[in-house]
Design a protein around this ligand. Structure first.
Ligand SMILES: Nc1ccn([C@@H]2O[C@H](COP(=O)(O)OP(=O)(O)OP(=O)(O)O)[C@@H](O)[C@H]2O)c(=O)n1
Ligand SMILES: C[C@](O)(CO)[C@H](O)COP(=O)(O)O
Length: 226
């Protein structure tokens, strides 16, 4: 059940439009990244956190973790141009663990029980991701016109954490780097090697805070929690 987690937090938050890295936006008085880090700080199955940050924000993150008594971040790693590059850099700092999780710093609401279910699946499947069934109808669009309506019954919205046996994800990232392939998630790098990725049904409130509307959802989720 034990694992280490790489948390990419080295983005710029451009779509949020806050003029700063969204990881520093307060939710009920606590920065987004602290909400996310506390999940793993409070999970006894988590051995270590590798936090990936912008080069010019290392001190900011260190000060926040000291202020909020976050102790499990054993490595702070500088990120890269794209999310995939940041994760690649973080994976170089992972210790001697069987299972590694990769979880967006921008997802502060994942539940410990689902993390543990994901880890269990990964031990037998090699790779597993949290996901929820799509609720909207999805259409493929070109030049502002519908080209195709995609059959919804087999569509899932993929989240993080994404969990992997460590050698598998390291190989997948190396191969993607060699091929110059850029994916929007880590599981796609494993899929392109022809490996299976298991789905673990997650929760709709495990949102990724991306645009300002998500801040409203986040405050409502926190109100509901409290
Ligand atoms: N070069 C990058 C890009 C993204 N991320 C991280 O990957 C997660 C998911 O990315 P996203 O939600 O797109 O965050 P941003 O890249 O910051 O947002 P935007 O694309 O709007 O700038 C975030 O925790 C983000 O900090 C990262 O570590 N390194
Ligand atoms: C990894 C991810 O959260 C899975 O849904 C998503 O692909 C990240 O996308 P982003 O554009 O880097 O936020």
């Amino acid at each position: 059940m034990r694992y280490e987690v790489v948390i990419p937090a080295a983005g710029q938050g451009k779509r949020m439009g806050a003029g700063k890295n969204k990881q520093f936006i307060d939710l009920q008085g606590t920065p987004l990244i602290i909400h996310t880090l506390r999940i793993f700080e409070n999970d006894s199955a988590c051995d270590s956190v590798i936090l990936v940050v912008n080069q010019n924000e290392v001190a900011l993150f260190e000060n926040l973790m000291s202020k909020h008594d976050i102790r499990k971040v054993h490595s702070i790693v500088v990120g890269g141009q794209e999310r995939q590059h940041s994760v690649y850099n973080g994976l170089q700092a992972v210790g001697d663990t069987e299972v590694v999780l990769i979880h967006d710093g921008a997802r502060p609401f994942v539940k410990k029980e689902l993390i543990h279910e994901l880890v269990q699946h990964t031990k037998t499947e090699g790779a597993a991701v949290l996901a929820v069934r799509v609720k909207d109808t999805i259409k493929r669009v070109e030049n502002q016109h519908v080209m195709e309506t995609v059959e919804r019954s087999s569509l899932w919205a993929i989240q993080t954490p994404q969990a992997f046996l460590l050698p598998l994800i390291k190989e997948a990232h190396e191969k993607a780097m060699e091929a110059g392939y850029l994916g929007t998630d880590d599981a796609s790098l494993v899929e392109r090697m022809g490996e299976k990725v298991a789905i673990v049904e997650g929760s709709y409130d495990n949102i990724k805070l991306t645009t300002k509307e998500d801040l409203l959802y986040a405050e409502a989720i926190l109100m509901n929690y409290s």
